[in-house]
Design a binder for this molecule. Structure first.
Ligand code: AGP
Length: 613
């Protein structure tokens, strides 16, 4: 079972460079170990290394393998079988005829392995993947495609596969079962990748392989068939993103580039949505043509990690404007346990990648219970976008750093647009004048720009709060509390700080026992109507000599009087403050991580778009 990035190439260029370049652009999907297999039409050579792509590259420079125009590659996030050269892909059968790279999980691999061991197969790894090349060897019909067709029905689970065969040195076979894999069309060459960022330098013409489809890639053509051999005419689609969107430019890390991009990405999320004091979301018009809003008795929002945190902001805003209950769920909990669900539930699935397995399962569970589903995602060709009844794109552009930043602010912007859209199309909501909120949304990109400038100047002194600290607390009330959760997650992810977030009023009910002199606390005070109460909570912490840094809006001086250090940010509409105040928290995590010398784009033990549950 692995999370990973898969690449493949066949054509007239040397495949090694293209594979390595592609793997580098997919490294956010896993960076424990990597490997490539290259064929020169006579023989196939494999090189695998533990560590990042640069380690594989270094090993190839030191001890080159054959040059060939066909190859497959893999970068791995180990979830089954420790990160090691042995467990890294490509994996092959005993005679070295079939070579396989795999993303996902073979749920029934134990039974398959038992059968193969009984046949005398000597397994080399503890991965689930290794059953595949051995099964191909066992059911070898002499015809590459037929052999693959024999084996596929034996495999249970979600998987993306790329396969090479020594007796078919000019063909790659690729399969995608609930796991993303894309083919790219070139002139006398064919490409394969888990995500478009690996294809962008070479082609903009792609086709996402669908479930129950097999792709055969040669330098002449790419053919797609169903598992039962029905030919499919692939409808090519053009990638909207440009190469420059996935280049680092002057930045050291994608995380900082993506933080700094937010004025632009929020503008993209808002693009064409606000007209004459109304929110228009064309892709959701059919929803309201089919259902009156008052058809729904409850809204359920599901997501994981940062997406779950965006959902918590959405819930807080929606429940103040709608007269129906709004609940937010962690996807991995929702897909196994949930209250009554029916067609009266509107389920909103939040996922930047659109491939997170936990959220995909939650979506399927909602559909199994006849709920009406909306996917809010950044990837329009993802599984979650494809399976949901309706989709709202965040349009934040490619996010390559593992830690989500612009995904968070574009998701909240989308949720607020959705809230106004549903409310303006319905009478079953609180009478609310949206003018102020709509004006604030239009000004939001500029306010975020201002915040970046104001915070960057102050960040060095702000980042001191984390120096020589292993523990840190964040507190807030209302929307500041749910923002604090996201701030804590960022510090955990990229600075490996044990950061915890609490509702400010809750600290005195237990956590206060952990407050000792000098312990750092970040107090978020952007909600003016809750600031008085928050100041009393800060006083409680100061009596225990905590070191408190306050984040508040320009013009407020109440917080400045009670904290050790204060960071001012521009004021915006209370509902939008989780977006504005996210900026200093993202930058804090970035600096706290880089000051400690960490690779903030590739945090240890993490990966982006977790395609296994
Ligand atoms: C956030 O920084 C992490 N990368 C992670 O928590 C992420 O938000 C989560 O895995 C959900 O991903 P998704 O939005 O792509 O579904």
């Amino acid at each position: 079972m692995d999370l990973s990035g898969i690449v493949g190439y066949v054509g007239n260029r040397s495949s090694q460079e293209i594979l390595i370049h592609g793997l580098k652009n997919l490294e956010y999907r896993g960076y424990d170990s990597a490997g490539i297999a290259v064929s020169n039409e006579k023989t196939i050579e494999v090189r695998r290394e533990k560590g990042q792509i640069q380690d594989l590259e270094a090993s190839l420079q030191l001890d080159p393998i054959l040059k060939g125009n066909l190859g497959i590659g893999h970068t791995r996030w180990a979830s089954h079988g420790t990160p090691s050269v042995t467990n890294s892909h490509p994996l092959s059968d005993t005679n070295g005829k079939y070579f396989v790279v795999h993303n996902g999980i073979i749920e029934n691999y134990r039974e398959l392995r038992k059968g193969l061991v009984a046949d005398g197969v000597d397994f080399q790894t503890d991965t689930d993947t290794e059953v595949i090349p051995h099964l191909l060897a066992k059911y070898d019909t002499g015809n590459f495609l037929d052999t693959v067709r024999q084996v596929l029905p034996l495999l249970k689970g979600s998987f993306a596969l790329a396969i090479m065969c020594s007796t078919n040195p000019n063909t790659i076979i690729a399969i995608s079962q609930e796991n993303p894999l894309i083919v790219g069309f070139g002139l006398k060459e064919g490409f394969l990748a888990s995500d478009i960022s690996a294809l962008l330098p070479y082609t903009k013409e792609i086709y996402p392989i669908k479930n129950n489809e097999i792709a055969m890639i040669t330098s002449e053509r790419i053919t797609i068939e169903t598992l039962d051999g029905e030919p499919i005419h692939p409808k090519k689609v053009l990638i909207e993103w440009d190469q420059e969107e996935i280049d680092l430019h002057e930045y050291d890390y994608f995380m900082l580039k993506e933080i700094m991009e937010q004025p632009k990405t929020i503008k993209k999320t808002l693009e064409g949505k606000i007209k004459n004091s109304h929110v228009r979301i064309a892709e959701l018009e059919p929803l309201l043509n089919q259902y009156e809003f008052h058809h729904f008795e409850k809204i359920d929002i599901v997501g994981n990690g940062t997406s779950y945190h965006s959902g918590m902001v959405g819930k807080k805003v929606m429940e103040q404007l709608f007269r129906i209950p709004v609940e937010v769920h962690i996807s991995s909990e929702f897909s196994n346990e949930h209250g009554h669900l029916s067609n009266r539930n509107l389920v909103i699935v939040l996922s930047q990648s659109g491939e997170t397995a936990d959220s995909l399962s939650a979506l399927k569970e909602a559909k199994r219970n006849d709920c009406v589903t909306i996917a809010i995602t950044n990837k329009k060709r993802s599984n979650i976008a494809r399976i949901a009844d309706y989709m709202l794109l965040t349009n934040a552009g490619p996010e390559l750093a593992v830690a989500a930043t612009k995904a968070y602010t574009s998701q909240i912007t989308s949720l607020i647009l959705l809230t106004i859209f549903l409310s303006q199309h319905s009478d079953k909501t609180n009478a609310y004048d949206y003018t102020e909120l709509l004006d604030a949304l239009v000004q939001l990109p500029d306010v975020v720009e201002q915040t970046l400038i104001m915070t960057q100047d102050a960040i060095d002194s702000f980042a001191q709060v984390t120096n020589d600290q292993d523990h840190l607390f964040l507190i807030g009330r209302g929307l500041d509390y749910v923002l604090a959760l996201e701030g804590a997650l960022k510090l955990q992810e990229v600075a490996y700080l044990h950061a915890d977030a609490y509702a400010a009023g809750e600290v005195k009910h237990g956590t206060m026992a952990l407050i000792t002199p000098g312990v750092p606390v970040i107090a978020l005070a952007t909600q003016a109507h809750l600031r008085g109460k928050l100041v009393s909570n800060i006083r409680e912490l100061k009596t225990r000599e905590a070191f408190v840094v306050g984040v508040t809006t320009v013009g407020d001086d109440a917080v400045g009087e009670v904290v050790d250090q204060v960071l001012y940010i521009p004021e915006a509409h209370p509902y939008l403050m989780p977006i504005v105040a996210a900026i200093p928290l993202q930058l804090l995590a970035y600096y706290a991580g880089t000051v400690r010398g960490y690779n903030v784009d590739r945090p240890r033990n993490l990966a982006k778009s977790l395609t296994v549950e």
